[in-house]
Design a protein around this ligand. Structure first.
Ligand code: NAD
Length: 351
């Protein structure tokens, strides 16, 4: 499989394949860039249809982590790993230990954390074989208030970023009466809804899972909406907090909100096309990897020195960074996602 000519190859520093005969581990670890620090990123376990799909995913995801860490102001690089297999059927402690040994062989260039298909418990097993792990929720961090779940920090950061977007686009500091439509009220979306409710916003919500919607209706006075209507409501803000590629040829012409600010990853179906389409429609888009960086910021501070006010101060910087992106995008008449990429590149290439 060609690597250097692969469409997702973008000057990645290292791409390593690992095989363990005893457990059947097939894994790839990609380190995109370590100019700012070790390449931190989750380990995704997925029944990829082919090795080529696994390679495409790990190249794309590891690059994304470099950009995310740089814009979040963290001294970290970007990395990611994938295990080819079905987490429900193929995951065993021995396989996780074999993955831990693979991580160890990267000599610290890659730091592993949880992702789809792996859990904190799996990372703890990997930690029996390597020191290069993150997001473990060690006892001291937990005692200092960290839950080990990045979702609360992601939701808090998204709320701060949404406020910055509303200030820039709608010229209002006050969220009382702001109309927000949230797509997906799971771990992050529900907590974002709570922050918004506390700030006096009016909420519309949808989710595949009915009890999640009922919780928001009952606790937060939200209005339940059909799944295919949420993006098209006549509200101030559309907050995608479910799946990727939600900003596409079909949805963008129907969006009435003037701000799109939510936690979901990879919201733009084709960034160059749909970032521009939003900008042409005068809709302010908060770049996903900037607004949803609260989780990696929280993980960065994990450890004996974890101190919630320091984490909160760092989360506030998400709002400041987004404001810089919005102002520069306006000055240069460019889409916000493009400015975010450029600002991230300026940070990690200079380092
Ligand atoms: P989650 O699985 O807890 O919540 C997602 C919710 O979306 C679920 O309740 C699910 O039922 C719902 N959903 C799925 N498809 C839907 C659809 N078509 N329409 C409406 N609802 C739908 O996940 P999460 O941890 O809350 O993450 C939400 C998004 O934020 C994901 O894109 C994730 O990648 C991203 N994100 C999460 C974190 C984090 O810290 N958890 C960090 C960065 C980014």
């Amino acid at each position: 499989m060609a690597l250097f000519s692969h469409p997702e190859f973008d000057q990645h520093e290292t791409v390593s394949y690992f095989h363990d005969a005893e457990t059947g581990l097939h894994a790839i670890i990609a380190v995109h860039n370590t100019h700012l620090g070790k390449g931190l990123g989750g380990c995704r376990m997925w029944p990829y249809a082919s090795e080529a799909d696994a390679l495409t995913d790990v190249l794309r995801l590891s690059r994304g982590m470099t950009y995310k860490a740089a814009l979040a102001g963290l001294p970290q690089g970007g990395g990611k790993s994938v295990i080819i297999g079905d987490p429900r059927q193929d995951k065993t402690p021995a396989l996780m230990r074999a993955m831990g040994r693979a991580v160890e062989r990267m000599n610290g260039a890659y730091v592993v954390a949880e992702d789809s298909g792996t859990s904190v418990a799996d990372i703890r097993i990997m930690a029996e074989e390597t020191r290069h792990v993150g997001g473990l929720a060690d006892a001291k961090s937990v005692a200092a208030g960290r839950t080990g779940d990045p979702s609360p920090a992601t939701a808090r950061g998204t709320f701060i970023g949404l406020q910055a977007a509303v200030r820039h686009q709608l010229g209002r500091d006050e969220l009382k009466g702001l109309k927000v439509a949230i797509q997906g009220v799971g771990n992050v979306g529900y907590r974002l809804a709570k922050h918004l409710h506390e700030a006096g916003a009016q909420l519309w919500v949808t989710d595949l899972y009915a009890p999640a919607v009922e919780r928001c209706v009952g606790e937060l006075g939200a209005t339940a909406v059909a799944m295919d209507e949420i993006h098209a409501l006549d509200v101030d803000v559309f907050a995608p907090c479910a799946l990727g590629a939600i900003l596409n040829d079909v949805t963008i012409p129907q969006i009435k909100a003037r701000v799109v600010a939510g936690a979901a990853n990879n919201q733009l179906a084709v960034p160059v096309v749909h970032g521009a389409a939003l900008s042409e429609r005068g809709i302010l888009y908060a770049p996903d990897y900037c607004i949803n960086a609260g989780g990696i910021i929280d993980i960065y501070y994990e450890g004996p020195a974890y101190h919630a006010p320091i984490v909160e101060a760092h989360l506030q910087r998400i709002g400041e960074t987004l404001t810089q992106i919005f102002e520069r995008a306006a000055r240069e008449s460019r889409p916000t996602h493009e400015i975010a990429d450029r600002m991230a590149e300026e940070i990690f290439r200079k380092a």
